[in-house]
Design a binder for this molecule. Structure first.
Ligand code: NAD
Length: 241
């Protein structure tokens, strides 16, 4: 994978998918700046540069992106809100929009002028198959926010395609990450919830964060330079069944 000497700015890199991407990119020779709100997680990462930042802080994000001048931007920060529209609260809606969507709006807005100067760049937004691709029970706010990620991706891709800037979205199915285990614990019946999640997978297993990182590495690299504006589904066949 041609990532050598490419600078990658990766949000939510402390654990899960973001961490797997950060460490895979280091393996492929990329210069990674890992961003997370949890400093303790960042100190355990195998990357040369990290910054403890909240992706909702526009000023701090602008400063970090300007200082680093990334060739690659990975927008991974996002939270899962559980529940139907009926049980959801407006504050939860606003929080999910800020974290799942507006954070991407902020980083992309900051990075585009720098990529325009270079005449190249690859932006990868982590969406979800639970979006405009499929609906899942009790994922109303989450699904609508991830559908917006696909819309943002296509819009940015179209607006900057002639300037060498690509923008793609990765739509994972259920992936084995620390927050997934927290969600399963929160149901009150971990075993049953885990079985339900696995049983809806045609392959009979959850995805691995490293599998998402492999796709991110391809989309960030020059091997994918004819690919832009797409939602790349990686869900073990869940949405096909
Ligand atoms: P996770 O939830 O396990 O970890 C998220 C990381 O984000 C943590 O390290 C946390 O400290 C950091 N973070 C939280 N708020 C932050 C903020 N305001 N600023 C900076 N960092 C912050 O991660 P995950 O499950 O790998 O999910 C990562 C992304 O992948 C999310 O956008 C999620 O919606 C998406 N996704 C996950 C799955 C899955 O099954 N795990 C499936 C589809 C999509």
């Amino acid at each position: 994978m041609r990532l050598k000497n490419k600078k990658a700015f990766i949000t939510a890199a402390g654990q899960g998918i973001g961490k797997a991407i950060a460490e895979k990119f280091v393996h492929f020779g990329s210069d990674v700046l890992a961003i997370d709100i949890n400093d303790a997680l960042l100190t355990k990462l195998n990357v040369s540069k990290s910054l403890c930042l909240d992706v909702r802080d526009t000023e701090a994000i602008n400063k970090a992106i300007k200082g680093f001048e990334p060739d690659i931007l990975i927008n991974c920060a996002g939270i899962v809100h559980s529940g139907t529209i009926i049980v959801s609260k407006e504050e939860e809606f606003d929080h999910a929009i800020d974290l799942n969507i507006k954070s991407m709006y902020r980083t992309i807005k900051a990075v585009i002028p720098l990529m325009q100067k270079k005449g190249s760049g690859s932006i990868i937004n982590i969406g979800s198959v639970v979006s405009s691709v499929i609906g899942a029970p009790n994922r109303c706010i989450y699904g609508l926010s991830k559908a917006a990620v696909i819309g943002l991706t296509k819009s940015v891709a179209v607006d900057f395609v002639k300037e060498g800037i690509r923008c793609n979205c990765i739509c994972p199915g259920t992936v084995d990450t620390p927050s997934l285990h927290e969600r399963l614990e929160a149901t009150g019946d971990y075993e049953k919830s885990m079985n339900d999640f696995v049983n809806r997978q045609p392959m009979g297993r959850l995805g691995l964060a490293s599998e998402i990182a492999d796709l991110a590495a391809y989309l960030a690299s020059d091997e994918s330079k004819f690919v832009t504006g797409q939602e790349h589904i990686i869900d073990g066949g869940w949405s096909a069944s």
